[in-house]
Design a protein around this ligand. Structure first.
Ligand code: X90
Length: 276
């Protein structure tokens, strides 16, 4: 039986999944250019170019066909997508699954609406991978992944929310206070899969302390922590060290943002997926 793990590129590229993951690219678009969020995109260069771009910038979710191509004639497709609260990607994926079943009547597809972005998707992909080590029973995997998803979470710290506000993904009133005076917005993925601001911190050091506090407030007890960042490895490492000190059993991994998260979390942005 051929099994394929899939996700859209909002998951970044984790390092802990043993099986191949087909990452369906979202796109970042400016007046001048379209950037495809595949493995070859240079995110730092893209962000620098976008800064000098003349007009509006934005993003586009994968098409139904792009999702179907990622399914790659597999008998079982297991995957996840960025929150349906902020993107049409999951919806495209669901239509792809329905269409796929018509041409592959025996195929099984389980696509989870992550209600989140970035590293929380990595946790879901890792879990699929671990479940597959034990069983290939579709119903068991589907049941267990849904239970697991109830115990995965996302928090973030952003130094700028311009892209989110300009693209209608965050209330502009909230955006106003950020970016001024070195403020960071600390927030989480809400139950509905939207951005829920929790705190404002002045400066990176305080933001990291607040993230550690929020991790604890949101029910973290020492399991997996997956960190992703836009060109901010020092902050990611600093946060990881504080987590390790407080919860010695923490299982931590750090990866850079690929295009989609890089564009929205912006320079310095941190995203943290974790188990509660
Ligand atoms: O369909 C599209 O064009 C993609 C739209 C994506 C919109 C938002 C992505 C946010 C990514 C920001 C920090 C944490 C977000 C929490 C999600 C619930 C990163």
């Amino acid at each position: 039986m051929k099994i394929q793990l899939v996700s859209d590129s909002s998951a970044n590229r984790g390092t802990r999944v043993k099986r191949d993951v087909a990452y369906v690219p979202l796109k970042i678009v400016s007046a001048e250019k379209e950037y495809v969020d595949d493995g070859s995109l240079d995110v730092t260069a893209m962000l620098a170019e976008l800064k000098t771009s003349s007009g509006k910038t934005g993003t586009a979710c994968p098409s139904v066909q792009e999702w179907m191509d990622a399914f790659d004639d597999a008998d079982m497709v297991l995957g996840t997508a960025i929150t349906s609260g902020l993107s049409g990607s999951y919806n495209s994926g669901v239509i792809a699954a329905e269409t796929y079943r018509e041409s592959h009547p025996n195929a099984k597809v389980c696509l989870i609406d992550s209600l989140s972005a970035g590293p929380e998707l990595q946790l879901i992909l890792e879990k699929f991978d671990e479940l597959l080590d034990k069983t290939e029973d579709f119903d068991t995997i589907t049941r267990e992944i849904r239970t697991y998803h109830q115990h995965t979470n996302l928090i973030f710290a952003l130094a700028s929310v311009n892209s989110l506000v300009k693209n209608g993904r965050l209330n502009p009133i909230l955006g106003k206070a950020i970016g001024l005076l070195g403020l960071r917005i600390i927030g989480k993925a809400s139950e509905e899969g939207t951005l829920q601001p929790l705190h404002k911190s002045r400066g990176e050091k305080k933001a990291i302390q607040q993230l550690v506090q929020s991790l604890s407030d949101e029910g973290y007890k020492g399991g997996k922590v997956r960190i992703s960042h836009t060109d901010n490895l020092p902050a990611a490492r600093d946060f990881a060290a504080q987590v390790k000190q407080k919860w010695p059993t923490a299982d931590i991994d750090i990866v850079p943002h690929t295009g989609l998260c890089g564009y929205y979390a912006e320079e310095g942005g941190l995203m943290i997926g974790f188990e509660s």
